[in-house]
Design a protein around this ligand. Structure first.
Ligand SMILES: Cc1cc2nc3c(=O)[nH]c(=O)nc-3n(C[C@H](O)[C@H](O)[C@H](O)COP(=O)(O)OP(=O)(O)OC[C@H]3O[C@@H](n4cnc5c(N)ncnc54)[C@H](O)[C@@H]3O)c2cc1C
Length: 295
């Protein structure tokens, strides 16, 4: 890992008179958009999160995504390396000094087969051009905000759940997270716990903010307190009974969806049945949706 990226770190570049390194390593070009990894946490054999430095000029809205990556392998003929970039939701809120990401580990994935080995001090490439639809601006004002996630689709909500605006704009915030196993829920569960005791949010919003946050995790394979797909639990009315809230209505409820394609389509259809319409940055409405990955 360090071989690929040490060249971007001016602090660790060899001095001009350092003869201990072979010549080719001294001549490697600088990468523009490089940021330093500050923290890495492995949650399961398939999931990890990491934090990196944030460019001082970079502004974004909580819930947006950027392109991040590493240098790809050298071309067999020319030896040239190209950046290997993928879309990633920022899991940290817009006010954070650093950027946090929550990532899958795909064993034969071009990027994550390597990215899963990063360590503090390593560098990653970040194209600081945030975009996305899972933002407050894309929703009309409402009373209750639903955040529906599967797997790493929790990432943009980890950002929004740490943003004071989320609690200023809504009376109630319900986050549902569906994964196959309990282990896959750990990052989200830990984050909810941290948010509930976040002193800055308490100071800004008041003690009542923690009571606004409702967490509804479910598993589909491993046995847990609540099992099943959220869409099935909504169709049966089970989730509304459990949370003691009425079914969604376009007058009161707003929603954000982030999951795999099948989940997104299923939930979109369901929200439309409840009378909610899809919004966008340019035309805010009652719900917004984004893919957690391309497929
Ligand atoms: C808008 C957007 C935001 C994204 N945000 C995140 C994020 O915050 N965290 C994250 O881990 N990924 C995210 N992704 C997916 C990410 O861009 C990459 O696909 C992922 O990092 C794997 O890269 P790869 O090169 O290793 O494998 P790829 O060649 O990109 O993917 C290989 C296969 O792995 C599966 N896969 C890819 N990503 C995931 C995933 N997240 N969960 C489950 N299966 C997956 C798919 O079946 C895919 O065909 C996002 C994608 C989009 C479009």
């Amino acid at each position: 890992m360090n071989e690929m990226i040490q060249v971007t770190d001016t602090a660790t570049q060899p001095a001009a008179n350092d003869d201990s390194l072979p010549t080719p390593q001294r001549a490697v070009p600088m990468l523009p958009d490089a940021q330093t990894v500050t923290q890495v946490t492995h949650w399961t054999d398939k999931l990890f999160s990491f934090r990196i430095t944030r460019p001082t000029s970079m502004r974004f809205r909580s819930g947006e995504f950027v392109m991040i990556g590493l240098m790809g392998d050298p071309h067999p003929d020319t030896g040239k390396q190209k950046p290997l970039l993928r879309a990633y939701s920022m899991a940290s809120p817009s006010w954070d000094d650093e950027l946090e990401f929550y990532s899958i580990k795909v064993q034969d994935g071009p990027l994550t087969s390597k990215l899963q080995h990063i360590q503090p001090g390593d560098q990653v490439i970040l194209r600081p051009k945030p975009v996305g639809t899972l933002v407050h601006d894309a929703l009309l004002p409402g009373k209750r905000l639903w955040l529906f996630a599967t797997g790493t689709g929790f990432a943009p909500f980890a950002s929004l759940l740490r943003d004071p605006q989320t609690y200023q704009d809504y009376d109630e915030v319900i986050v549902t997270h569906t994964c196959r196993t309990l282990g896959e829920l750990t990052y989200g569960a830990q984050l909810i716990e941290d948010v509930r005791s976040n002193e800055m949010l308490e100071e800004l919003i008041g003690d009542s903010f923690a009571a606004k946050l409702r967490y509804y995790p479910t598993t589909t394979r491993e046995e847990s307190l609540k099992m099943g797909r959220i869409t099935d639990l909504m169709r049966s009315g089970n989730v509304f009974e459990d949370l003691d809230v009425p079914p969604l209505s376009p007058e009161n409820d707003r929603a954000m969806i982030c999951g795999n394609l099948a989940f997104n389509l299923d939930l979109k259809a369901l929200l439309e049945e409840f009378g909610l319409r899809e919004g966008a940055n340019s035309a805010p409405r009652e719900y917004v949706v984004e893919k957690a990955f391309l497929d």
